[in-house]
Design a protein around this ligand. Structure first.
Ligand SMILES: [Fe+2]
Length: 112
C-alpha cells in the first residue's frame, strides 16, 4: 500500500485516486493498531498506555496532514507526499511494534 502510494504520486495520478489510497492506508493502520492494542491488553504489555498514545498521535497527524492536502498546489502536493508521516507509521510498525511482538512471544513461551 505504501508502494502503491509512492507510485501513484510519481505517476501524477489523479488526486482522488491518491486520496483513495491514503484512506486505505489510514483504514489499514487503524485496524493494525486496534488489533495490536487488543493483544497488548490481553498480554498485559507494560508500556500499553504509552504505545496507545503513539498510535493516537500517528493517526491524528495523518488525518491533519490529509486535510491540508486539499489546499496546496500540484508541485507542493508531490513534495508534501514525499514528507508524508506514513514513513513514521511504517517505522512505528517495524520497530515499536516489534517490541510488542517480542513481549507477546515471551508471554506465550512462559505459558507453554
Ligand atoms: Fe504499535
Amino acid at each position: 500500500m505504501f508502494n502503491q502510494l509512492n507510485k501513484a504520486v510519481e505517476n501524477n495520478e489523479l488526486r482522488e485516486d491518491i486520496y483513495a489510497i491514503i484512506d486505505d492506508i489510514i483504514a489499514y493502520t487503524r485496524k493494525h493498531f486496534a488489533t495490536e492494542e487488543q493483544l497488548m491488553a490481553e498480554s498485559h504489555y507494560p508500556e500499553i498506555e504509552a504505545h496507545k498514545d503513539k498510535h493516537k498521535k500517528l493517526i491524528e497527524e495523518a488525518l491533519h496532514l490529509k486535510g491540508k492536502l486539499d489546499y496546496i498546489g500540484e508541485q507542493m502536493f508531490t513534495d508534501w507526499l514525499n514528507h508524508w508521516p506514513f514513513a513514521r507509521v511504517l517505522a512505528h510498525i517495524q520497530y515499536a511494534d516489534q517490541q510488542v511482538e517480542d513481549h507477546i512471544s515471551r508471554v506465550a513461551y512462559r505459558m507453554q
